[in-house]
Design a protein around this ligand. Structure first.
Ligand code: SF4
Ligand code: SF4
Length: 414
């Protein structure tokens, strides 16, 4: 699509990116078929093609309103449309910038602004969130049922391996902890560390690293996100200089963001090169562990664990399958370890979690959760597994079946 940029946008640093992305769209509409919000609402403007058209009109100078803003707000940023698009339209990047443009032009109601601020300032601070979550768990017994199901029972983390001495020549990698996972699901990080320990890999945590920046980025606090990104790079850089070449990520929502650091800081005179290096060395667990499959198979055979689920249904997070374009790796690895893994019908569709979406768009989020769980339950799993803290927490809020990170399953098996 041709786009004639209005004077008011010509000096914006991202307008070149916007123009080149819109130029690629041929308006074919293939993407609408896999867009969750279009499937639920049936409105062209709640699908990717319609939203791209709204953003095109905006940068061409058409007036934007709260209605335009709400169509973009309803987008999950699941990037399913990117997987479907035959023209390689980078919709996720476009909507990220488009939302900033709209927020600069359409004032949000005060309550909504306060809600965004509260989410941003609490979720993206690990210590603060940990304290608030502990408080919420304390008062959970007297909470109404709807709130109670959002504050779930925390799986104990178990022991963290102290293996540096045991494996003097151990390979070392960095592990990114993120902001909410240590409080919500401490066992995911501990299980990751135990699995790597058994494989002779020592995971190092840079204590100064914090939230990956995704929460602020997606709530239009791009400046705040950049500050967090730079703080993380500063925290990891001394280890990079020591020769560490991998940052292991066990929450795909963080992974997709850190892989974007290179693009987000491309114009930063100080951080551009470092960001490029950090993005390149960032790997989801499902990119790292397959290389260790033979060792894991041997460990599973030696343990011959019983009491494990016979069959799991795997929910691939959008941030993994659409954001990072990683598909099939988890299923293949678990299959090699003797687990029967199924995908449910519509496994390409978002579960409705989508970062902060479940808080900001609760009705659509619940509709998508119900649809996802209905599909999952048809596969009769013993357990549901996924690879992102947000998806796991959201799915667990709607079912009594255990929902776990797939690395916890491997941890139990070995
Ligand atoms: S599938 Fe791609 S090219 Fe076609 S309308 Fe959607 S974004 Fe545009
Ligand atoms: S990112 Fe997801 S919700 Fe948004 S337009 Fe694309 S497919 Fe639809």
């Amino acid at each position: 699509m041709q786009v004639n940029i209005a004077p008011g946008f010509l000096n914006d640093e991202d307008i070149g990116t916007v123009k080149s992305i819109i130029n690629k769209c041929v308006h074919c509409g293939f993407c609408t078929a896999t867009c969750p919000t279009y499937q639920v609402l049936g409105d062209e403007l709640d699908g990717p093609r319609g939203r791209i058209y709204l953003m095109k009109e905006m940068v061409e100078g058409a007036p934007v309103t709260a209605k335009t803003q709400s169509h973009l707000d309803r987008c999950l940023t699941c990037r399913n449309c990117e997987s479907t698009c035959p023209s390689g339209v980078r919709y996720g990047r476009l909507v990220d910038i488009g939302r900033r443009y709209i927020d600069e032009r359409v004032r949000r109601p005060l309550l909504q602004k306060m809600q965004h601020w509260l989410i941003r300032e609490t979720l993206s601070r690990r210590t603060l969130f940990g304290g608030l979550f502990a408080l919420a768990r304390f008062v959970r017994p007297v909470m109404p049922a709807t709130l109670k199901k959002k504050i779930q029972v925390v799986q104990p983390a178990g022991t963290w391996p102290v293996n540096a001495a045991r494996h003097p020549n151990a390979r070392q990698m960095l592990l990114h902890l993120g902001c909410v996972q240590p409080a919500l699901m401490p066992n995911v990080d501990a299980a990751t560390a135990r699995v790597f320990d058994k494989l002779g890999v020592h995971l190092i945590i840079a204590s100064e690293a914090g939230c990956c920046g995704a929460i602020r980025q997606h709530l239009n606090d791009h400046e705040g996100a950049h500050t967090q990104i730079k703080a993380n790079i500063d925290a990891w850089w001394p280890y990079v200089e020591q020769g560490l070449d991998t940052i292991v990520i066990n929450a795909s929502g963080c992974g997709v963001m850190i892989k974007d650091y290179a693009e987000l800081l491309a114009n930063d005179a100080v951080y551009a090169e470092k960001a490029k290096r950090i993005s390149a060395m960032t790997k989801d667990l499902s990119e790292v562990l397959p290389a260790y499959a033979p060792a894991l198979e041997a460990l599973v055979a030696a343990k011959q664990a019983d009491g494990l689920p016979e069959q799991v249904t795997y929910h691939p997070p959008c941030t993994l399958q659409h954001g990072q374009k990683i598909r099939g790796a988890v299923e293949v690895l678990l299959g090699k370890l003797g687990v029967t893994v199924r995908l449910c019908n519509e496994s390409h569709l978002c579960c409705g979690s989508a970062g902060t979406y479940s808080m900001l768009q609760p009705a659509m989020s619940q509709t998508l959760l119900d649809r996802k769980l209905t599909n999952i339950l048809k596969t009769s799993p013993d357990e549901i597994v996924s690879g992102n803290v947000g998806c796991i927490n959201h799915l667990q809020s709607g079912t009594e079946l255990p929902v776990r990170h797939w690395v916890e399953l491997i941890d139990r098996m070995i």
